[in-house]
Every structure is written in structure tokens, then in C-alpha cells.
Design a protein around this ligand. Structure first.
Ligand SMILES: NC(=O)c1ccc[n+]([C@@H]2O[C@H](COP(=O)([O-])OP(=O)(O)OC[C@H]3O[C@@H](n4cnc5c(N)ncnc54)[C@H](OP(=O)(O)O)[C@@H]3O)[C@@H](O)[C@H]2O)c1
Ligand SMILES: [Zn+2]
Length: 335
């Protein structure tokens, strides 16, 4: 997430942001918005160091050097080794006055997903569920449609629209047969990649995710050398506790440029994600309902910890009312 504002003679003359991977960078869009592209002598404010490499788009540093602003103010250096420090150096060599580190912390918060992906090579992982007030994500029969109301479910689609991939366990796929697509109106709506865990050959080709009209592929993660003809990709990962080794899978997804992942359940899958230490954030929806039943699935199954001091600690908890439901979000405190 990069934003750029161009100021000339005390007035904002151009603004732009990078909306998605492969789309024009913030600097390009901001300059495009200025009549005649004339920013000579202006100040360019940008939340991330301008790029110097040919990625999906040409380098923004070259564009800036051509347009000759007097000054570029950068919130933070790009941790991407292909860029880091080089953008700043190239601008300075070109005679542009460069300031780095203004509101750096705020810029890092804006970009936590990208920074996490750059630092770890893995996606930033959000565990999402919808539960009743008594903590059930389905009834004892496995029925779960729907736990929350329309407003909350719309928010889930907004979340899907923001992530690179969604992951579910094989039982959720077989029981609920979800499409895992983004159902929103608008020009910028797209489906994330769908990733299904299948350690023990439980899936069948009739499920919706294997028969969709979607620009995004469906991938299946397995523990042996099986190939799934009906999935766009079969990802081979060693066996870990509970099935597919979750940390290994995160490495595989990271290599495939998945920078953000939403785990949509079920409880067994979310439990093994927590056990593997790969969850960075939780987004739990709570509906004003009581479901009951000791056999009804909860958001985090597995064995759980033995004592309270071993519990996974959350921080920065935020509560948002959505229609009749609540959305509780928090960061996982990594030791
Ligand atoms: N309300 C909600 O937000 C929500 C969301 C999703 C699901 N649900 C409900 O949750 C229920 C299903 O949850 P569940 O806990 O029974 O199953 P689940 O998490 O959907 O699937 C678990 C299965 O995934 C496979 N798997 C492969 N690798 C795994 C790994 N590393 N960790 C965990 N599982 C792995 C295993 O089967 P194999 O060994 O056969 O591969 C495992 O049995 C359904 O009733 C569904 O309706 C509710
Ligand atoms: Zn750029």
C-alpha cells in the first residue's frame, strides 16, 4: 500500500495510490493526475521509497528524474532488497533533495502485510471465523449457514477482496461446499486464490471450487506425490501435526507471491495454524446466538494449551459492531 501526494507552491496538485499488484505505482498515478505532468520544482511525498527495478512496471525513480521535482519526501525505505536504499541514492545522484523517515512508523503499519512478506518470505495470515456468542462455528450436525447476518457477511467479502489467497480445511470444503469467491459489486472486485488442505484424499471433483468461473485458481495442498487433475495446482508439502505442515505450506505460498492469506476455517485448520505459529491476526465475528452442544465445532479445535499462561496472547484488540453482530480483531503477539 503506497500513497503519493505532489505539492506545488503550497497546493496539492496530484495524488495517487498503488491499488494492486501489477497496477500502476502511486507515483505514476499522482503524476498522471497533474495537468501536463508538470511537477518541476514541486515536492513529492511518498509513503515508500520509489522503486528502481523493472518489476511489473518500469522504475518510478526514472519517472521522477524525468519530471524533475525539487524534493522527494519518503516515509520509509523499501525492505525489498531489489530497491532498498537504491531509490534514495539514485534520486540524490540526480540532484533531487531527498528526506527519508517522515512518519515511518505509520507507513510501516500501513504496509504490515508487505513488510511481513518481505521479511519472512511467507504470507501475513489472518484467521477468520464466525461464531455464536457461546463460541460455536457450526452446530453439532456441522450446519453453519449462516452464523452472522448480512452486514457481517459483506465484510467477509471485503476481506476476500483484499487478500491474495484464502485457505480452508478439507472438512469445510466437503461439508459446506463454499465457492470462496468475492461477491461484491464494483470494478475492482477480484477473487483470491483458493487453497484447500487435503492430507488424506478426502476431496472430490464435484465441489464448487473446482468448477467455478473465476479468474483465480484453486490449489490443493497435499502430503504425498498425488496430483489433482481438477485443481489448477497441487502443492506438495511434508506431513506435519494434523496433516499438511502449515509452516512449510506458508513457505510454498510465499514463493508463489501470496503475501496475504485469510484462513476461513474450520476449527481444526485454524488450530493447526496457531500450533504452527503462523497466525498474525484474528478476525472473529460474534453473532447474538446460542448454539450449544459439546460436539459443535469451535473456532480453534485441536488439543489446546494446558495452562492459561501458555495461551496465545493477543493485542490491539478492536471491536466493530456490524449490524447485529460484532467483529473482534486483534494482532497475535509473537514471542
Ligand atoms: N462459522 C465459520 O466461520 C466456519 C468456517 C469454516 C467452517 N465452519 C464449520 O466448521 C466445520 C468444519 O471444521 P473442522 O474443524 O471439522 O474441519 P476443517 O478444519 O475444515 O478441516 C479439517 C481437515 O483438513 C485436513 N487437513 C489437512 N491438513 C491439515 C492441517 N495441517 N490441519 C488441520 N487440518 C488439516 C484434515 O483432513 P484430511 O486429513 O482428510 O486432509 C482435517 O481433518 C464445518 O461444520 C463447517 O461448517 C464454520
Ligand atoms: Zn514504483
Amino acid at each position: 500500500m503506497v500513497g503519493c501526494v505532489i505539492v506545488h507552491d503550497g497546493e496539492v496538485v496530484g495524488e495517487g495510490c498503488h491499488e494492486r499488484v501489477g497496477g500502476p505505482h502511486a507515483e505514476v498515478r499522482a503524476i498522471d493526475g497533474v495537468p501536463g505532468g508538470d511537477i518541476e520544482g514541486a515536492t513529492v511525498y511518498v509513503t515508500l521509497e520509489p522503486c528502481t527495478h523493472y518489476g511489473r512496471t518500469p522504475p518510478c525513480v526514472d519517472l521522477l528524474l524525468q519530471h524533475k521535482p525539487a524534493r522527494v519526501v519518503i516515509a520509509m525505505e523499501d525492505p525489498n532488497p531489489k530497491v532498498s536504499g537504491r531509490g534514495v541514492a539514485a534520486l540524490r545522484e540526480g540532484g533531487i533533495h531527498v528526506v527519508v523517515g517522515v512518519l515511518a512508523e505509520e507507513a510501516a503499519a500501513l504496509n504490515e502485510v508487505y513488510l511481513h512478506h518481505m521479511r519472512t518470505g511467507r504470507p501475513f495470515v489472518t484467521a477468520k471465523c464466525a461464531m455464536s456468542l457461546d463460541g460455536k462455528i457450526a452446530t453439532h450436525t456441522g450446519h453453519s449457514r449462516w452464523v452472522t447476518g448480512e452486514v457481517a457477511r459483506r465484510r467477509v467479502h471485503e476481506m476476500r477482496n483484499e487478500v491474495d489467497a484464502i485457505l480452508v480445511g478439507s472438512r469445510t470444503l466437503m461439508l459446506d461446499d463454499p465457492s470462496l469467491t468475492t461477491r461484491l459489486d464494483g470494478p475492482d472486485v477480484r477473487d483470491p486464490v483458493r487453497v484447500i488442505l487435503d492430507a488424506d484424499e478426502y476431496l472430490d471433483a464435484n465441489r464448487k471450487v473446482f468448477n467455478l468461473d473465476s479468474a483465480a485458481p484453486t490449489w490443493v495442498a497435499v502430503c504425498d506425490d498425488r496430483e489433482y487433475g481438477f485443481a489448477e495446482q497441487t502443492i506438495h508439502v511434508p506431513r506435519g501435526p494434523g496433516g499438511v505442515d502449515m509452516a512449510g505450506l506458508m513457505d510454498e505460498l510465499g514463493k508463489r507471491e501470496i503475501a496475504s492469506l485469510l484462513i476461513e476455517g474450520g476449527g481444526t485448520t485454524i488450530a493447526s495454524a496457531f500450533e504452527a505459529g503462523i497466525v498474525d491476526k484474528v478476525s472473529f465475528f460474534i453473532a447474538p446466538k446460542i448454539v450449544g452442544g459439546h460436539e459443535a465445532v469451535t473456532p480453534v479445535e485441536g488439543r489446546g494449551v494446558a495452562t492459561m499462561d501458555e495461551a496465545i496472547q493477543l493485542e490491539n484488540m478492536q471491536v466493530t459492531p456490524l449490524g447485529e453482530d460484532l467483529l473482534i480483531e486483534a494482532k497475535v503477539r509473537h514471542p
